[in-house]
Design a protein around this ligand. Structure first.
Ligand code: OAD
Length: 256
């Protein structure tokens, strides 16, 4: 098996990390594709598009309430924790996640770009104001709106009384261009990129990873299964991220 070249890690290396649903699998959050994946059991056309929300906002909110509860009741795993610690070692570090579950932040990561939004935030359809949503309907949160309960449907903006939608990038929607420009700027100059727990089915995150790879970044994938990026990376670690990352972190620490 090819080993990671730990000599590539220097204290001033610029480190990029791209994560997908697989990093949270060991926390008990379902991935999207593969066995038990959300898109195998639910139709994204009915739940995760602007048209679906227009047609049936109550159904869409119920689905996000269910998912938010799962996320809120899950805990970060050793993979999330290792990434947070990696950030504390390198001054030039950034985490790009496709996940909306907030587990990276809860593990202590600070330099994060949430490419697909955050399930704990609602966004007003009228004024775009962002509103924190309860961590779970079983856990109270003083700073969040009170009128969101299971089956109650869309919460209402306290600023302009319009309906809130989940602050999540839906199918058919465009990424924020400023966010993408900043991501491209960081990734194109990265020395090392980790690609963790993503199938590589969504083109923009794949393009971002490829930007780093094409510009010469040393690329390490961690995924028990091959992904669309496996052939592009320098090394694929076929393991669960919660098991592989703490070991990799230990070796990085002892080599720099
Ligand atoms: P996928 O469900 O497509 O892929 C999850 C990946 O995680 C697969 O390649 C698995 O092999 C891998 N995996 C499973 N368990 C793992 C573990 N313990 N450690 C490491 N890897 C593991 O999820 P994403 O690639 O994140 O978008 O999907 C990308 C986007 O598609 C999501 O952000 C979502 C979805 O539609 C939006 O909702 C906007």
């Amino acid at each position: 098996m090819v080993a990671i070249k730990y000599e590539k890690f220097k204290p001033n290396s610029r480190i990029a990390v791209l994560t997908g649903a697989g990093i949270s699998a060991e926390s008990g959050i379902p991935t999207f594709r593969g066995e038990g994946g959300l898109w195998r059991n639910f139709s994204f056309e009915e739940l995760a598009t602007p048209a679906a929300f227009q047609k049936d906002p109550v159904l869409v909110w119920e689905w996000y309430n269910m998912r938010r509860d799962i996320c809120g009741q899950s805990e970060p795993n050793p993979g999330h924790e290792a990434i947070a610690e990696l950030e504390s070692i390198f001054s030039e570090f950034h985490l790009f996640t496709q996940n909306v579950d907030n587990l990276h932040a809860r593990a202590g990561s600070k330099k994060i770009t949430e490419l697909h939004g955050n399930i704990f935030i609602g966004r007003c359809l009228g004024c775009n104001k962002l509103t924190p949503l309860p961590i779970s309907n079983k856990i109270s949160n003083k700073n969040s709106i009170q009128n969101l309960n299971e089956n109650e449907g869309p919460p209402i903006c306290d600023g302009c009384s319009n309906m809130l939608r989940p602050h999540i990038l839906w199918f058919g929607e465009s990424y924020d261009t400023q966010m993408l420009d900043q991501a491209a700027e960081f990734l194109s100059k990265s020395d090392i990129i980790f690609v963790i727990g993503t199938s590589g089915n969504v083109s923009v995150p794949v393009q971002l990873a490829n930007l780093a790879i094409n510009n010469g970044a040393y690329s390490i994938e961690i995924n028990p299964e091959p992904s669309s990026l496996s052939k592009r990376v320098d090394i694929s670690i076929r393991a669960k991220s919660g098991e592989a990352l703490p070991e990799i972190l230990k070796k990085i620490k002892s080599s720099i």
